[in-house]
Design a binder for this molecule. Sequence first.
Ligand SMILES: Nc1nc2c(c(=O)[nH]1)N[C@H]1C(S)=C(S)[C@@H](COP(=O)(O)O)O[C@H]1N2
Ligand SMILES: [Mo]
Length: 402
Amino acid sequence: MPTRRSFLRTVAGGIALANAGVMARRARAELPQGTVDSAVRDTLPGKQPLIKRSFRPPNYESPVQYLDDVITPNDRFFVRWHLSNIPHIDADSWRLHVGGEAAERGFELTMDQLKHDFEPVELVAVCQCAGNRRGFSEPHVPGVEWGYGAMGNARWKGARLKDILARAGLKKDAVEIAFNGSDRAPLEGTPVFAKSIPAWKAMDENTLIAYEMNGAPLPHWNGFPARIVVPGWTATYWMKQVVSIRALSQPLASFWMNTAYRIPKGKFPIIDRFTSQESETTTPITEILVSSLMTNVGDGRRFAADQPVLIKGIAWDGGYGIRAVDVSVDEGRSWQSAELGENHGKYSFRTWQFTYVPRAAGRVSVMARASNSQGTSQPSELIFNGAGYHNNVVQTIVIDIV
Ligand SMILES: Nc1nc2c(c(=O)[nH]1)N[C@H]1C(S)=C(S)[C@@H](COP(=O)(O)O)O[C@H]1N2
Ligand SMILES: [Mo]
């Protein structure tokens, strides 16, 4: 199974595989061949090596080992763009335009005003692409064939969007707040990347216009000089290089709202709804589903019998808060509680660890399953959808006890 092996070599890098026969026989999530072939490490300026999924536009994910720390450093943070003309922005000449038909008044902000006229707020939040793990969909679906690393967790600092909207004066009929970035398609006719969120989500005190990430200016690739941060919601709304904010009295009509980033209604355990954009059958993707990832151990790792094996990982959700992580070492027949690490806030990764002592040689499936304060946990079967969104199926890794 060269496919599986080369995937492991590149993605799980550094993990010693005994041989191809090590792999479990039962059906397991695999990335398609095209993904495997393109899964090379590559270094964008200012970044550590990331796993390249595409170059134009740049789509690079973090190797799983980078997610072993609760905060993902800026130079290890994944990169996702839809359009390939990404300008280098000069913070001094950058302006943020605020207005729209559902605002009493429009105005412009410089970076200096954004930083000093509004109270700065800091919070830790997971930025996760809606299509994270899409590459594991069965059957395979079109789109960037992400593995596990189209996500990261950072401390964001910025102004509250609600404070900026207060200066603009929201009219009663404001239904959505729309954002535009600065990136453009090389071909005319490709829709610009425009997104909106419900007015109530824009007024949430945690929704920010961030100008710092982990105590530093945002990296160019992650939206310098400012981006929208919508804690708890998938990253499609986290507009990078934001240049305009508009209050709308009608739902935003844009390819990126009306066609892309939608999920079938009623299939997922979602609480936050985006009703102004709902159709008969589909609804925009909103909050992140509860999930977990093992970060220090990968498929094919070997451990000695009677020695403790430490399994470490992270868990996160859409901001309800992780309640527990359970681990199974017997194909899901029984589950034991992992120990949760420090709480960095309800939108953050939560680290966890679990130690177990294998008593006999053989192959062991290790599974981790998080649940949140709503009592929602991860499904054991993929909730299939044509765009491969929201893949939070319980992760299984196979290790060998020798
Ligand atoms: N301007 C702009 N903002 C954007 C996008 C984009 O293509 N252009 N992609 C969005 C999507 S789908 C994701 S997953 C995140 C990725 O954020 P990152 O590159 O900082 O990891 O940015 C969001 N903001
Ligand atoms: Mo995304």
